[in-house]
Design a protein around this ligand. Sequence first.
Ligand code: FB9
Length: 497
Amino acid sequence: MADAGVAELLLKKLESADSGVDSQDVARDLSVDHQVIVGAVKSLQSLGDLISAEQRSSKHWELTGEGQETVEQGSHEARVFKAIPDDGLPQSELMKLPSGKVGFSKAMSNKWIRVDKAHEGGPRIFRMVETIEDSVQEKLVQIQKGIADEVDEKEKNELKKRKLLAEVTVKSYFITKGPSFSTTITKQETDLTPEMIASGSWKEKSFKPYNFEALGVTLDCGHLHPLMKVRTQFRQIFLEMGFTEMPTNNYIESSFWNFDSLFQPQQHPARDQHDTFFLSDPAVATEFPQDYLERVKKVHSEGGYGSQGYKYDWKIEEAKKNILRTHTTAVSARMLYNLAQKPKFTPVKYFSIDRVFRNETLDATHLAEFHQIEGVVADYGLTLGDLMGVLHQFFTKLGITKLRFKPAYNPYTEPSMEIFSYHEGLKKWVEVGNSGVFRPEMLLPMGIPEGVSVIAWGLSLERPTMIKYGINNIRELVGHKVNLQMVYDGPICRLDS
Ligand code: FB9
C-alpha cells in the first residue's frame, strides 16, 4: 500500500472519528505495519497543519510463546499430572518428559503428586488427587481473551517470572485533526517558477515550507584532521599577537643545533639512545658556522661570559650526530643565531608548531612523536614578569585564565617555570606547558647583544586537541588505528570557548 494511499486513508478515518485515532488501531484496521502509519503521519506533518500527532506509549500484557503453549496444552505441572498413570511412573521416566523438570516441582508444591522413594526399582511418582484445576492455564486464557483485569497484578507478575507472560510497552501516536485539516492532500510545490509568477497560478498553489532544520548535503570532499584544525587556531592566536612563524621544515637536525647550541651538555641523559632517535644515514652533519662552533665548544668546556661552563672535553663528533629533532627549540636556536648575524639587533617574536620526536615509553597519552608549540620573544630588558605577562595573554586566548607558575629546570633556560592551569572540570591544577629565559651561555656565543634577553615557552598540540575533542587515548587521534570517520565528523575548533 503506497504511502500516499495510506495517508489519505488515515485522513478519511480521522474525518469520521469523534476525537482522534490511535496509530496502532489504524495499523490493525488497515492490516499494515505500524511503521507505515508512522511514515504517513510524518509525511502529513511535513505538508502543514493537516493533522496533529502526539506521541504516547501504553503498556499491555502479551503471552510469550511458552504462554501460548500453556493455553494449548496446559501448564507444565498439569502435563506432568496427566502423564502419571494410576500405577505411578518411575521418577527417572518422568524427568525425561519435556515438561518434566519444571512440571514436577510445581506439581509437588501443589500437592498433586508424591514420590515413593522406597519403591522397589527406584523412586516412583504417584498422583495424590483424582482431578486438578489448572489455574495457570485458566489465567492465561483470560488474559488472551482480553479480560486481563480479572487476573490480579501479583498473579500476572508470577506468570511473568515463569516467562509465560510479558509486559509490552507500545509506542503510538494519538492523531487529531489539525487547523488546516482536509481529507485531500494537495501537492506542495517546492519551486516558485517564472511561469507561476507570470500566470498568477502561484496564488492557487500551496508551497512546501522551508525546513531550516535540514542539514546541508555532506560534501564528498577532503577533511582536515583535528590536529590541523587546532594548529590553525594556535597559529591564528600567535599571528594576532604579532608573532612570525619559524621555518620548521627539517625533521632531521644535528645534535649541535638541537643540544650544543642550547648549552645542553653532551653527557646529558636526554642525548642518549633511550631518549633520542639517531640517524644511521646520513649519520653526521658536516656544515656548521665554524667560528660559532668554536665559541660553543669553549663555553661548554671552559665556560666564558661569566659562566664556569661544564668543564668537560667537548667533542665535535658528538655535535655532528644527526637526529630526529627532540624539540622545535632547535629551530629557535637557528633563528636566534641568524638574528644575531644581522648588522643591527631588532626585537622579534617568533613561533613554531611542528612535529618533534622522542624515543620515550609509549602510553595512552604519549607517542614517540608529538607536535610542539613554541613561542619566543627577544628584546632588550625582558624579565620573568614579561614572560608571565605574555603567557597570561597567550593562554587567555585559549580560554585559560587561571595560571600558576612553578619553578622548574631546563638545561637551556634559567629561570624556568612549569605552567599550570586550574581545570574546572577535573577540579585540579593541570600542567599546560613549560617556559623560561634562555641562558646567556646560549645567547652570547651566538652574538646576541648584551642586555637582550629572550623569553620562551612551549606546550604540545596533542594535549589541547584531545581535551577539546574529548579523546582519551592518543591512538584514537593519531596513528594507524585512527577511525577516519572521526576525522570526517570532527567539528571546527574554537579554542577560546
Ligand atoms: O601541552 C601540555 N599540556 C597542555 C597544553 C594545553 C592544554 O590546553 C587545554 C585545552 C585548553 C592542555 C594541556 N603539556 C606540555 C603538559 C603535559 O601535557 C606534559 O605531560 C606533556 N608535555 C610534552 C612534553 O612531554 C615530553 C607537553 C609537551 C611539552 C612540554 C614542554 C615543552 C613543549 C611541549 C616546552 C618547552 C620550552 C620551554 C622553555 C623554552 C622553550 C620551550
